[in-house]
Design a protein around this ligand. Structure first.
Ligand code: MN
Length: 240
């Protein structure tokens, strides 16, 4: 009996074909990069009017991509760092070479930034557990918003504002310079698990808001992805 061609497995890909493809890549001198730029989880214009499409495109496709590219180059040049995960790199904090610290921070910070936002009206609501923790630390959601916005507005120069879960289980607000973050354990940047980070570098808002950083911060609250934040809070509290 003749086996119908359409009932057979497709010829491609076969395991040997994947091996050949990998060998070709290696032979061409193309390194397999450790870190990858994650795609935006929504269209570039999905956050308008709070954040315009051009800002999103430049921010993701050039700034974040630039951190990933520089990080890959830096760790590839340093065998002691090449085997470490992003979180393992960040945990080294002040002991990292400056180029690795800046670009590892830039990659991690922006990766959490994109997913912490959602198109207006699609971010859900804070969970009961997170609401309770916010009320315990800040009195109310309005209190969190007020203190977080103040930290973001007053961070001098380029940096980030953070909501963190401290090792003692309390929430706290902090901020960091440049691409530092609370995973680095640096003095003055807070120490804990970051739940939410807001980028206050001028590249994050200048096209639309120029020097009006407080207006950008105010508009950003309309984009908060509470579903993601609920998930991060639950994960951070889960026994490891
Ligand atoms: Mn940025």
């Amino acid at each position: 009996m003749v086996v119908m061609a359409q009932n057979r497995l497709p010829m491609w890909p076969r395991p040997w074909a994947l091996v050949v493809a990998l060998l070709v890549l290696l032979a061409c001198g193309q390194p397999v990069w450790a870190f990858q730029l994650p795609p935006l989880p929504y269209a570039a214009d999905a956050l308008e009017p709070a954040i315009d499409a051009r800002t999103m495109t430049i921010h993701h496709d050039r700034h974040h991509a630039g951190y990933v590219k520089a990080l890959n180059a830096a760790v590839a040049a340093d065998p002691a760092l090449a085997e470490l995960s992003l979180e393992q790199l960040l945990a080294r904090g002040a002991r990292l070479p400056e180029v690795v610290r800046n670009n590892a921070g830039g990659h991690w910070n922006h990766s959490q930034f994109w997913t912490a936002m959602a198109p207006p009206g699609q971010g859900g609501e804070p969970s009961e557990a997170l609401t309770g923790a916010i009320e315990a630390s800040f009195g109310s959601l309005a209190g969190l918003r007020e203190q977080f916005s103040a930290a973001a507005a007053s961070r001098f120069g380029s940096g980030w504002a953070w909501l963190i879960l401290k090792p003692n289980g309390e929430l706290a607000i902090t901020s960091s310079a440049n691409q530092d973050n609370p995973l680095m354990g640096l003095r003055g940047s807070g120490r804990g698990t970051p739940l939410l980070g807001l980028d206050v570098w001028e590249h994050a808002y200048y096209l639309n808001y120029q020097n009006r950083r407080p207006d950008y911060i105010e508009a950003w609250w309309s984009l908060l992805n509470w579903d993601e934040l609920n998930h991060r809070y639950a994960a951070a509290r889960a026994p490891s």
